[in-house]
Design a protein. Structure first.
Length: 178
């Protein structure tokens, strides 16, 4: 099996080694030396959950000032193709968008693409836990809270591997809703 090429869509959290992503990365390293890890911090498509709210003019969610560097799924796909078709053995890439935007700004950009002004309404944490479910909320809410003061990193790995800069969130929103 040492001749197998594996490209694993992992997560930024794998770097600590103790997460499920970290465990899978370790297992992949044990199977082959021809591995590439694409550690994604967040996908732009995750904001699709706001669209129905955005159409009403208000998005209610917690931590509007959390700054995320969400990546366009086309960039993830191009990175994976390059990893499979070129020599990227033993490489770990952080796959992000080109900038860290507040969730408020992301909602506004969705609104622009929809042709509807959108305002952000900060959702009480208790309500968010009920909406998200306790298990997901236990992981997501503290992470989003941390992004208010310490934004998600922005990486140049998309540009290094694909030859073009990562696509901005605004482009993703226009493609989906214009």
């Amino acid at each position: 099996m040492k001749d197998k090429k594996i490209v694993y869509l992992s997560a930024m959290g794998a770097e600590d080694g103790g997460s499920s992503w970290g465990h899978v990365e370790k297992a992949v390293r044990n199977v082959t030396g021809d591995w590439t890890f694409l550690r994604v911090n967040g996908l732009a498509t995750n904001t699709l959950g706001w669209v129905e709210q955005a159409e009403t003019g208000t998005v209610r969610a917690p931590y509007g000032q959390a700054k995320r560097s969400l990546v366009h799924e086309k960039d993830v796909a191009e990175m994976a193709v390059k990893a499979f078709t070129e020599d990227h053995a033993g490489q770990t890439y952080l796959v992000t968008g080109p900038e860290a935007l507040t969730q408020v700004r992301q909602a506004e950009l969705i609104g622009h693409a929809l042709g509807t002004p959108v305002r952000w309404e900060e959702q009480p944490i208790r309500e968010a836990v009920e909406q998200l479910g306790a298990e997901f909320a236990a992981a997501a809410l503290p992470y989003w809270a941390s992004l208010v003061e310490d934004p998600e990193p922005v990486s140049l790995d998309v540009a290094r591997v694909t030859g073009h800069p990562a696509r901005p969130f605004e482009e993703w929103a226009r493609e989906r809703f214009s």
